[in-house]
Design a protein around this ligand. Structure first.
Ligand SMILES: Cc1cc2nc3c(=O)[nH]c(=O)nc-3n(C[C@H](O)[C@H](O)[C@H](O)COP(=O)(O)O)c2cc1C
Length: 210
């Protein structure tokens, strides 16, 4: 049985990225009628920003934990476990100030954990601990920033390269960007961007099925 993890990260209830992650999930469900979907919405329920107490809890594994540290460690463990269990990960990623939303940035602080998702070799440096699997980033943007192609990067798209790097850092090297450009540019360009993203989602699902 295949497992899909959907991570929604928009703070907006009626987010375009949520519509697109839902579109992905429905198409995936058709291909995988017995599949399991894990849905985590950190846009509406964001993890806490790291402070001194939480850094201690997540990075140092102290012997005695405060109740808040215990809860943060358990939440982080759960978020990592669902990434391990997933065969495919889909991230709804609105562009905020040229990069990811605050919630997604904070989630990364909770899941990029030494000893859990990455290790460090004094000779060769850091290495990822997660098994590689496709990660689809559905990036909704008010303006137009290309398609997250590493061979043709847009100078103001600090989201695609960042996510490719940080996921690669924890072992997920197969990051595929699905861009919905021009979401705040009026009805017509928006329709064009949504249609492009919809086509890219269909292509992604048929590639996964192949
Ligand atoms: C705080 C904030 C920052 C934003 N920054 C950018 C930006 O840097 N570039 C851009 O094109 N759009 C920006 N936008 C617009 C969003 O990317 C756009 O509305 C997108 O469709 C939001 O996706 P969502 O509906 O899934 O939340 C920003 C929106 C907000 C609320």
């Amino acid at each position: 049985m295949s497992t899909l993890l959907i991570l929604d990260t928009s703070p907006r209830g009626d987010a375009v990225s949520r519509q697109l992650t839902d579109q992905f999930m429905q198409a995936w469900n058709q291909q995988n009628p017995d599949g399991r979907v894990i849905h985590r919405d950190i846009g509406t329920t964001p993890p806490a920003h790291l402070d001194d107490e939480l850094i201690e809890a997540l990075r140092k594994q102290p012997e005695t934990l405060t109740p808040r540290q215990k809860a943060a460690r358990a939440a982080s463990d759960a978020m990592i476990q669902e990434m391990q269990e997933a065969d495919v990960i889909v991230v709804g990623a609105p562009m905020h100030n040229f990069t990811v939303t605050g919630a997604l940035r904070t989630w990364i602080d909770h899941i990029a954990r030494p000893g859990a998702t990455f290790g460090y070799d004094p000779e060769t440096g850091p290495y990822g601990l997660l098994d590689d699997k496709p990660v689809y980033v559905i990036s909704t943007r008010g303006g137009k920033y290309g398609y997250g192609d590493p061979d043709d990067p847009h100078p103001a798209d600090f989201q695609s390269g960042y996510l490719r790097h940080v996921f690669g850092f924890i072992g997920l090297k197969d990051v595929r960007i699905i861009a919905a450009n021009g979401m705040d540019m009026g009805p017509d360009p928006r329709a064009e961007g949504l249609a492009e993203a919809g086509t890219a989602i269909k292509e992604a699902i048929s590639k996964l099925a192949a």
